[in-house]
Design a protein around this ligand. Structure first.
Ligand SMILES: Cc1cc2nc3c(=O)[nH]c(=O)nc-3n(C[C@H](O)[C@H](O)[C@H](O)COP(=O)(O)OP(=O)(O)OC[C@H]3O[C@@H](n4cnc5c(N)ncnc54)[C@H](O)[C@@H]3O)c2cc1C
Length: 362
């Protein structure tokens, strides 16, 4: 029997597995989807007949060494190359569909760093150090209950077959709201606990992100940084997303709420390319590829409650802990459980370190 079952193979779950392995503790990591990484998603672009054009981040793209310590340490430990977000050049501000202003001062650097190969390189790097036989993809946890000295966990595989896994404790490394909505805990972890977890917003779950890949960095030729802000949309915040050694690209966050995105459907990408042409000129109208991820439609990240856009970064870490028979057997990780850096990748690392904390072999 493993010392712990980890639910979720995002950065938090992978880091928990790494920490357990380092201590000589056994684990099984159950991941509902067919890939690892969760909200970290770097997509490769292959241009017809050519070499791969690069990896582009459709989830997180940055970490900030000025106020985060774990992420730079992990990047260094994995031997990955980090580089600063390119902000050199003018910023474009779009106030109305007919009014755009060019700010030569550009956007100030906020110290954000990207990773060569995309942040998926971190996921691949951590996963490569794990015992592959302990990592189970396509295994979605649906229920758990205290049993004997430990916990029993029911999971459903791709074929719909249910399996039951047992361990002295479980580490959940998924958003608290998703845990409350999608995994049946028998009995409840205490009065009001599920409702409180359900009230914890999942960071960026209501967002959608687009990457438009080009064969030339035409905006740089025009003295533009690729940074833009818009009150019009669909994109509200745009950045250069050029992959080192790959093709130039622009990336942006869609400002239209999840319901509006659903209503326009496939027309959204046309509206994005039109907007990029307004902001950066006619050469933006012919991308070689457009990548898109709507996180609000991913049932392994978002619930219906996440559809409303968040206005500010929530304060994380104030959630109640599981009580009664769950105490000490159900440990909460995942970035939304992090008291210091909740919401960020840094928080996913922090929460796993706290959850694994004093765990020893039984
Ligand atoms: C568009 C976007 C931009 C972002 N930008 C940044 C940024 O620039 N910098 C930054 O630091 N952070 C950013 N974030 C946040 C960052 O992605 C998260 O903080 C981090 O990836 C969370 O990791 P996690 O492991 O806690 O959770 P997740 O990555 O959500 O992992 C949870 C895992 O659990 C799995 N799972 C869910 N339910 C089940 C189940 N029932 N059974 C089994 N498995 C299950 C999921 O498939 C997933 O793999 C961004 C997020 C998004 C979406």
């Amino acid at each position: 029997m493993a010392d712990a079952i980890i639910i979720g193979g995002g950065l938090g779950g992978l880091h928990a597995a790494h920490l357990l392995q380092e201590r000589g503790l056994g684990y099984h990591l159950l991941e509902g989807s067919d890939r690892l990484g969760g909200r970290i998603l770097s997509e490769q672009v292959d241009v017809a007949g050519g070499a791969p054009a690069g990896a582009y981040d459709l989830g997180p793209a940055w970490y900030w060494p000025t106020f985060q310590a774990r992420m730079p340490a992990l990047v260094a430990a994995l031997g990955l190359r980090a580089f600063p977000q390119d902000v050199a050049g003018a910023l474009v501000w779009e106030e109305t569909p007919d009014s755009r202003t060019r700010f030569e001062g550009g956007a100030p650097s906020d110290g954000s760093m990207r990773v060569d190969g995309g942040l998926g390189a971190i996921v691949d790097g951590v996963a490569a150090g794990l015992d592959g036989g302990r990592v189970h993809l396509g295994t979605r946890v649906v229920a758990m209950r205290p049993a004997g000295d430990g916990v029993e966990v029911d999971a459903v595989d791709r074929a719909g077959t249910t399996s039951t896994h047992r361990a002295p404790r479980v580490i959940t490394a998924l958003p608290l709201r998703l845990l409350a909505h999608s995994i049946r805990l028998e009995p409840d972890p205490g009065p009001g606990v599920l409702a409180a977890w359900s009230g914890v917003p999942t960071w960026m779950a209501g967002q959608a992100k687009v990457v438009a890949v080009y064969d030339t960095p035409f905006w740089r030729e025009d003295g533009l940084s690729g940074e833009a802000r818009s009150r019009v949309g669909p994109l509200v915040e745009i950045h250069d997303a050029t992959a080192p050694g790959g093709l130039p690209a622009l990336t942006g966050f869609v400002g239209w709420p999840a319901d509006a995105r659903r209503q326009v459907g496939d027309q959204l990408m046309g509206a994005v390319v039109d907007q990029l042409s307004r902001l950066f000129g006619p050469r933006a109208s012919t991308p070689v590829a457009v990548l898109h991820k709507d996180w609000a439609t991913d049932p392994l990240v978002a619930t219906g409650d996440d559809a409303a856009p968040l206005k500010t970064h929530p304060h994380y870490g104030g959630h109640p802990l599981p009580g009664g028979p769950w105490e000490g057997r159900l440990l909460l990780a995942g970035t939304e459980a992090a008291p210091g850096s909740g919401g960020y990748m840094e928080g996913a690392l922090e929460a796993s370190e706290l959850a694994v904390g004093g765990m020893r072999k039984n």
